[in-house]
Ligand binder design. Sequence first.
Ligand SMILES: *Cc1c(COP(=O)(O)O)cnc(C)c1O
Length: 399
Amino acid sequence: MTMSGAWRRTARGAGLLAADGTVAASIFAEMSALAMRTGAINLGQGFPDEDGPAVVLEAARQAISDGVNQYPPGRGQPVLLEAIARHQYRFYALELDPGNEILVTAGATEALAATILALIEPGDEVVTFEPFYDAYGGLIGLGGGIHRPVPLRAPDYQPDLDALRATVTDRTRLIIVNDPHNPTGAVFARQTLELIVELAQRHDALIVTDEVYEHLTFQAPHIPITTLPGAWDRTVTISSGGKTFSLTGWKVGWVSAPSSIITAILAVKQFLTYVSAAPFQPAIAAGLDLPDSYFTHIAAELEHKRDVLATGLRAAGFEITLPQGSYFIVADATPLGFTDGAELCRRLPELAGVVAVPITAFCSPANRADYAPLVRFAFCKKIELLEQASKQLANLSRR
Ligand SMILES: *Cc1c(COP(=O)(O)O)cnc(C)c1O
């Protein structure tokens, strides 16, 4: 059958397609398929290999039995909106109006999509840090925005403040912050967060902050940028239950912001999914109300996993920076004689029975060369698996 060439004329989507009209193969899908095919240990994609808290799982089963199975309200179920407000108050002393200043979404991904599409006009500039979560680049493109990345570099992956000052201008509409940061594991210094607020004020830009790893920090508690002086009025805060409760398949996320901004985001969100995840919403509410001990325990447990994998990677000959948060360690393969992380990732199953992803997957094409020898390993996996992966990676230095 011959195919019409009409897809080439699609205004936005074509930019996300490969030259042959297929969805540009995501390196994540390619690496997960490689792990399946070779039986290698998958430290590529960032999903945990254990389910979240039993009470949260049970609350979802109960909600299904209780008939919470039809369209929930557009902004989210009141029980979840109120739990999000309580959570923001308990951890950050933020007082939110659950009826007007919070919106429930289909994961942080829909929150990002609705926010970016609601707040930019074609031609607006959007600043992110690079490497960046891949959805940011795709969504800025869908919104017709112009992406202006500010580089994060080893060893600490903190942005150069002069580079940040030079990139934010009167043309900047949004500054997207991801703190704690995927893929580098950086937690931004307070001074950096303050500068972002100052620049947003000076240039009348909005701040969008993706805080899905808010509870997974190892050195110091998370600081939401919206709590800084002058930030609240111009900040959209995004989080999700996926990472905090090890339930990445549930896709329950949320946005908090001043009510007029929430209304604009809702106006877009209603035509993306309208609503989602009815029985999972009360279950995530139960999760958000878990005692402090749950939240400190998950961070401590993950820190231990980080240390196990970090030891393994160093012993294998990689150069690493210990991440301060998130699920991930970035490793530099240069000392092992690899200058191309994508090439290393394709060979890693055969060399060590492990799968990772190259950092270039998180970079704009123009800047990939700067990050070429770096690969990302996920440590949100069982300790035994991380120990086994470490043992196998030791083969690399014995080649
Ligand atoms: C996992 C992740 C998301 C997506 O969250 P969902 O709730 O699964 O949509 C967004 N941002 C970052 C930085 C992530 O790592």
